[in-house]
Design a protein around this ligand. Structure first.
Ligand SMILES: *Cc1c(COP(=O)(O)O)cnc(C)c1O
Length: 401
């Protein structure tokens, strides 16, 4: 593909774009993704703020206001408010602007990188570390922590999982040493949809004066809307930061992630001076960043409200139950009783089943790493009819294998 000397007409461009877009999924028969079609109102808001750059806040005060409002709403959702209400900074009990600390990222990866970067900066400033600092994460952690391990100059230790695919607290404990600066817990593991024992991790973190980052990239917009939510957020005293992705179950547009901190010292530790912008400093990882994402997330959160998200989660959980019930009838058990809308199914030869599902019936499913099983994510773009059809196709394929 060359860049042509003379420009093409809009018509030519769009005819090519239409053609290329037909190769993209419209999410039909996608059971492998944690992203989904964004809500219509998010798309419209995104378009409206398409040129807004949150990397230069002074020029985009409006988009920045939306970012702060989203951070406030997310903070409230994740119980940062009650935490702040107890702190001396907000004697009124109601946080004022800026009393919830965080910003909108490009997604879970950036949030995780920045959370660990903050830990590293604070820990190395605070306590004497001889040798390489380390963090302890669950073996089930998202691959973004491979990037963290690769770029951050710290050691990433992986704790074993228990029989329910939660991180094993004894294993975490055994990995903590004098150079450990923080722990990571996952609220909604990418592969199993499991929630780590956050309260136990919190106790370990407090006892050992460690930071505790919770990766709720997926679960952040699920767990609060379940019938009996497990404590995973700032309500748990040892939790120091949380990653939550509006572009997954938050139904916002890509790229929409968020990183929230319990204390402003975290944000301060990420500060870099920005001499030629309208603001003096930046604490984000990326420089130029999308104000459109802030507008999209604001719009969909305000439009759906808690009720809308609760319905969304209920819908996905109904699909999940339907799938598990049907799979059991075929003789396939889930690895764990689903906590959220992620199912890992024990089927014979999962890699071959996956391949056949795609090749013969067009289903996109994925595979868990250890043990290998069929991984299915039930998202708002899926329907009850899809699930019935999927089960029939799964039956055909597994009968032949
Ligand atoms: C999706 C996911 C991530 C990565 O998020 P991106 O938005 O793809 O960067 C990190 N952690 C968990 C638990 C996830 O589910």
């Amino acid at each position: 593909m060359h860049m042509n000397e003379k420009g093409l007409s809009e018509k030519e461009i769009f005819s090519y774009l239409e053609h290329v877009k037909s190769e993209d999924t419209d999410y039909y028969k996608v059971l492998s993704s944690m992203c989904t079609r964004p809500h219509k109102i998010a798309v419209e808001a995104h378009r409206m703020f398409i040129e807004a750059n949150l990397g230069d806040l002074g020029l985009f005060a409006g988009a920045h206001r939306l970012e702060r409002e989203v951070v406030m709403m997310l903070g409230e959702l994740l119980h940062a408010q009650s935490v702040n209400a107890q702190s001396a900074e907000t004697p009124s009990g109601r946080p004022g602007e800026g009393s919830i600390y965080g910003y909108l990222t490009t997604g879970g990866t950036e949030s995780n990188i920045q959370a660990v970067r903050g830990m590293k900066n604070l820990a190395t400033a605070g306590k004497k570390i001889v040798g390489t600092p380390n963090i302890v994460i669950p073996e089930s952690a998202h691959f973004s922590f491979d990037k963290v391990a690769n770029m951050m100059g710290i050691e990433v230790k992986r704790a074993l999982l228990d029989s329910e695919f939660k991180v094993d607290i004894v294993s975490v404990k055994s990995l903590i040493d004098a150079n450990t600066i923080g722990l990571v817990g996952i609220a909604g593991t990418t592969e199993f949809g499991q929630i780590d024992p956050i309260e136990k991790l919190s106790k370990l973190a407090l006892d050992n004066e460690l930071f505790l980052h919770i990766d709720a990239a997926f679960g952040g917009f699920v767990i609060p809307f379940l019938e009996n939510p497990q404590p995973f957020d700032f309500k748990v005293p040892g939790v120091t930061s949380i990653a939550i992705d509006p572009h997954k179950m938050g139904l916002s547009t890509i790229p929409s992630g968020a990183l929230l901190f319990r204390s402003p010292s975290f944000l301060d530790s990420l500060r870099v001076s920005t001499p030629y912008l309208t603001t003096k400093a930046q604490f984000t990882l990326t420089g130029t960043r999308s104000g459109a994402s802030a507008a999209a997330t604001y719009a969909v959160m305000k439009h759906l409200g808690r009720e809308g998200y609760r319905k969304n989660v209920q819908y996905c959980m109904q699909l999940t139950e339907k799938l598990v019930k049907g799979a059991r009838k075929l003789g396939f058990e889930p690895l764990i009783e689903p906590i959220m809308n992620v199912v890992a199914l024990r089927v014979p030869n999962p890699d071959l089943v996956r391949e056949q599902l795609l090749k013969r019936f067009g289903w996109n499913v994925s595979i868990t790493r250890n043990p290998r099983s069929l991984r299915l994510v039930l998202m708002p773009h899926n329907t009850a009819r899809d699930i019935e059809e999927f089960l029939q196709d799964l039956k055909k394929i597994t009968a032949e294998i």
